[in-house]
Ligand binder design. Structure first.
Ligand code: FES
Length: 255
């Protein structure tokens, strides 16, 4: 179903989904709620571990390795913060949601506003995204290690609800990290001819081309993975915190 939006302020026809103010408002509410929650955990909580479950906010355990007088999660949190904060998808979302500048592609600027791209401080900082990607991959490796540990109970393999939540979380985070635009560029960015007819028609496309094509496929879902992985980090921390406070017991499917 399409509407025929072609008003003074809109220069394109768009597929009808929902009123244009809904998405920015949902983004504003969910982002703000997550940021407030994350700030509370990072600044005021000193532990994020229940038995063999480690909250993603506290991995890697830099607080145990370094004796510095700051909350342990602070030592780690700046990496995912900068990684997500400079993410191309999140940039689009928070520019739209919090500044409405640019509002959306194909919509004229409001009087007195002129989007100039990310060429000046502070927005030019967002161009550092690829460097935070490298650090985020290191954090991701620690999260996989924690997930494996979440399936080991007193030296034996087991499955608890926490193991499953942490597994879902790390799978979503891996999808989010590997579908990154910067990673896609890293794999195929210096090739001009991946889509040349002779390459596409070649009977044995190179490994690099196949990898780039896979990442391009994941990249189409990057926005969904951004939301889903943010929700899973949130859910994993909430679950572990409820266990730590003895509000709920861990559900075990296999001891
Ligand atoms: Fe979103 Fe890189 S573009 S994580």
């Amino acid at each position: 179903m399409t509407d025929s939006v072609s008003t003074e302020s809109t220069t394109r026809r768009r597929r009808w989904r929902w009123p244009s103010w809904v998405e920015p408002m949902v983004t504003r509410v969910v982002f703000s709620a997550f940021v407030l929650y994350a700030l509370g955990v990072v600044l005021f909580e000193h532990s994020g571990q229940y038995q063999n479950y480690v909250s993603p906010f506290f991995s890697p355990p830099l607080g145990q390795w370094l004796s510095v007088p700051v909350a342990p999660a602070v030592l780690v949190a700046w990496i995912p913060l900068l990684f997500r904060g400079t993410c191309y998808y999140y940039r689009r979302e928070y520019y739209h949601a919090f500044a409405a500048d640019p509002f959306v592609c194909g919509v004229r600027e409001r009087p007195g506003r002129a989007y100039t791209g990310e060429r000046k401080w502070p927005w030019v900082f967002n161009n550092s995204h690829r460097y935070w990607w490298y650090l985020a991959v290191i954090v991701l490796l620690f999260l996989w290690k924690d997930t494996v540990s979440a399936f080991v109970f007193h030296g034996h393999f087991g499955i608890g609800l926490g193991s499953i939540i942490l597994l879902i979380n790390v799978v979503l985070l891996t999808g989010y990290t590997l579908s990154c635009h910067a990673f896609r560029h890293l794999v195929g960015g210096n090739r001009d001819c991946f889509t040349c007819p002779q390459r596409v028609a070649a009977p044995r496309p190179s490994t690099r081309f196949r990898l780039w094509r896979s990442i391009s496929g994941w990249n189409r879902h990057h926005g969904s993975l951004a939301w889903a992985s943010m929700a899973s980090v949130w859910a994993a921390d909430v679950y572990i915190r409820l266990l730590m406070a003895h509000i709920i017991p861990d559900v075990r499917f296999l001891k």
